[in-house]
Every structure is written in structure tokens, then in C-alpha cells.
Design a protein around this ligand. Structure first.
Ligand code: NDP
Length: 331
């Protein structure tokens, strides 16, 4: 079997020398264990944080040990009464082609007609739940709100704008990198307006796209985007602070927005969250999102990189915006 290991803590942008791809013999299964052949691996921005030796809501990756991450695969050997050969399971032991361990580390994947299994790694899984919880519970979205989403063509962002529209937003605005992504937002995802943050200042472009201001900001990016949202907020505006990807590879902490005083002037609420503390909403989310998907009212994109040996390339590409929708590795 093959696995990726972190062998040095990256400084700034991770370099290939910080990782190694190794082949390992699998030990025989112990009583209660299962072996899973992975079909799809997830690469996610939070993994960049786990490469640093810093305290966070999730421990750092250990050097010279297999890295971890979300995956879906099939049980190929079982010494547990809980899972049988052929079961499709979700788990967090990826960056490898074959995972094994106690059956409790794996859970049977839901199944619905017409839904490909990869969807449980994004639109019906963690990133979809992040969009749902962030918009509805954290930002307290209400019908009639004007919503701005950054990182809007990614796995989380693409779903946020669509949920806002489905729940009755007055206007949904998105930002993303490049003209193709901007077209996707106003076309397939149904955003009312979108702009390319790489073409000119974010605050100016947002002000133009939201002439009557914004009520909700879903922040995937931080930095200049957060500053622009503060400037465009209406009174009592609310932000779900979900991610700050513009700073994940920077070697120095990012400066705070220069216009933080807007929070006081406008009575704004900026509220951060991590989805792992909101899994109690999975049932509601799965019911609503499953129905929207079946009715064709919720759509998504995947960018698929083939081969476990290309997982690092997929991760680095995702950090640079090579993905439209969810970045996945097909094993
Ligand atoms: P995406 O699918 O959105 O992929 C990352 C995207 O980030 C890239 O495609 C790229 O798109 C964009 N990006 C990279 N650098 C920059 C930059 N400097 N400025 C603006 N955009 C940039 O990833 P996810 O949907 O998985 O995650 C999106 C965000 O949500 C991340 O910040 C992540 O950390 C956060 N997150 C938070 C969770 C939580 O519980 N709080 C859970 C899951 C995700 P482009 O081409 O548009 O630049």
C-alpha cells in the first residue's frame, strides 16, 4: 500500500521536499479491524494548518507518519462483525490508497439513488454542512438578505450561494479567481452578480455589485475580502467567518482589517466557527440538501485528479485555485 507522509514543517507555501510518498506492507488485520480500499480522497485547506506545529482545533500532522484526511472507499477485508466486505465507508485515514484500523474508525456511507459516492465528501458531506451551518446558524441568514460569498466557486462557497438563493435571498453576490469561475457563479450556480477578485480592488468591485449594501458575508478568504465586506455592510450585518485561505501560506500573521471600526458604527456581528462542533445539524442538512439535489435545485462541480501518487499535486493545486467545486483524488 502507499501513503503520504509529512517530513518537514513547511515555511510559507509547502514544497514537494516537505513530503514523501512511501510504499508500506500492510500488517495482518487484528480482531475487530477492517481494511478499506479508498476510492476518493479529499484534499482540504485546513490540512495546511495541520502541517504547522501549532495548537489549533485539530492536532498537527506528525512527521514521518501517514497524513490523514477524509475519504470514501470499500471494505475489502473484515475481522469485525460491524462492517462486511463490500460495504462503502467514510473515514478520516486518507492520503493513502488502503486504510486499515478498528471498525469504529469507519462509518457506513449513506446511499441515495442517483447520488455518486464522491458527493459524500463534499456537497452532501463536510463542505456542504459547513455552508449550511455557516449561512443559517452562524450568520443567521433571513429571507430578504443580500449575501456576499468569497471563494464562491469552491466546495463550500458554491453551496453557500445556492442555499442563500433557495432560502429566499434578495441578492447573492460571489467573488472568485478568473473569468471562467465568474461565469459559473452567475450561470450554473444562480448568483445574481459575481466578480473576479484578481481584476482590480475587491472593495470597489463589491460596492458596484452590491449598490444597496450587504446584510450577510460568508468569509472563506479573509484579508482584503473581509475589509471590503466591512465597508459594504448595512446596519446589523452579520458575517460567518469560515476560512481565511488568503493567509494560509503566508509566513507572517495577516494584518487586521484597517476598517474594523465599521463593526462598532454599524453594529455588526462577526462570528467564527468550525464545522466539527456543529455535526448535530447533519441530519437537517442531509434531509434538505438531499431533496434539493434530487430535484436538481442544488448543483455542484468536482475537479478530479487521478492517482494517489498525485495527492500532493491535488492539494497544492487546490490551494492555488486549480479546482472548480470540490478538489478530489480518484485512487
Ligand atoms: P475550495 O474548494 O474553496 O478551494 C480553495 C479555493 O480557495 C481555491 O480554489 C481558490 O479559488 C481560493 N483561494 C486560494 N487562495 C486565495 C486567495 N489568496 N484569495 C482568494 N481566494 C483564494 O476549498 P473549501 O471549499 O474546502 O474551503 C473554503 C474555505 O472554507 C477555506 O478557507 C477553508 O479553510 C474553509 N473551511 C472552513 C471550515 C470550518 O469549519 N470553518 C470547514 C471547511 C472549509 P480561486 O480560484 O477563486 O482563487
Amino acid at each position: 500500500a502507499h501513503e503520504w507522509q509529512l517530513i518537514a514543517r513547511p515555511v510559507g507555501r509547502p514544497a514537494p521536499e516537505d513530503f514523501r510518498f512511501v510504499e508500506r506492507d500492510l500488517r495482518p488485520l487484528a480482531e475487530g479491524e477492517v481494511r478499506v480500499r479508498n476510492h476518493y480522497l479529499s484534499v482540504d485547506p485546513y490540512m495546511r494548518g495541520r502541517m504547522d506545529d501549532a495548537e489549533s482545533y485539530i492536532p498537527p500532522f506528525e512527521l514521518y507518519r501517514a497524513m490523514e484526511g477524509g475519504a470514501i472507499g470499500e471494505v475489502v477485508a473484515s475481522r469485525s462483525a460491524d462492517l462486511a466486505v463490500g460495504d462503502t465507508v467514510l473515514h478520516n485515514l486518507a492520503w493513502r490508497d488502503v486504510a486499515q484500523g478498528p471498525a469504529s474508525a469507519f462509518r457506513r456511507a449513506p446511499q441515495a439513488p442517483g447520488v455518486p459516492e464522491s458527493a459524500y465528501l463534499h456537497v452532501l458531506g463536510m463542505t456542504g454542512l459547513t455552508a449550511y451551518v455557516g449561512l443559517l446558524d452562524i450568520a443567521g441568514f433571513k429571507e430578504g438578505d443580500t449575501v456576499f460569498v468569497s471563494g464562491a466557486a469552491g466546495a463550500v462557497g458554491g453551496v453557500v450561494g445556492q442555499i442563500a438563493r433557495l432560502k429566499g435571498a434578495a441578492r447573492v453576490i460571489g467573488s472568485a479567481g478568473g473569468p471562467a469561475k465568474v461565469d459559473l457563479l452567475t450561470g450554473k450556480y444562480g448568483y445574481d452578480a459575481a466578480f473576479d477578485y484578481k481584476q482590480g480592488d475587491v472593495a470597489g468591485q463589491l460596492a458596484k455589485a452590491a449598490p444597496d449594501g450587504i446584510d450577510v458575508y460568508f468569509d472563506n478568504v479573509g484579508g482584503e475580502h473581509l475589509e471590503a465586506a466591512l465597508a459594504s455592510f448595512n446596519r446589523d450585518g452579520r458575517a460567518a467567518i469560515c476560512g481565511m485561505i488568503s493567509g494560509y501560506n503566508s509566513e507572517h500573521p495577516q494584518p487586521a482589517p484597517h476598517n474594523l471600526f465599521e463593526v462598532i458604527k454599524k453594529g455588526l456581528t462577526l462570528r467564527g466557527f468550525t464545522v466539527g462542533f456543529h455535526t448535530h445539524r447533519m441530519r437537517d442538512f442531509a434531509r434538505e440538501a438531499g431533496a434539493w439535489l434530487a430535484e436538481g435545485r442544488l448543483v455542484y462541480d468536482e475537479t478530479v485528479v487521478d492517482g494517489v501518487e498525485n495527492t500532493l499535486e491535488a492539494f497544492l493545486g487546490m490551494m492555488d485555485g486549480a479546482n472548480t467545486g470540490k478538489m478530489l483524488v480518484r485512487v
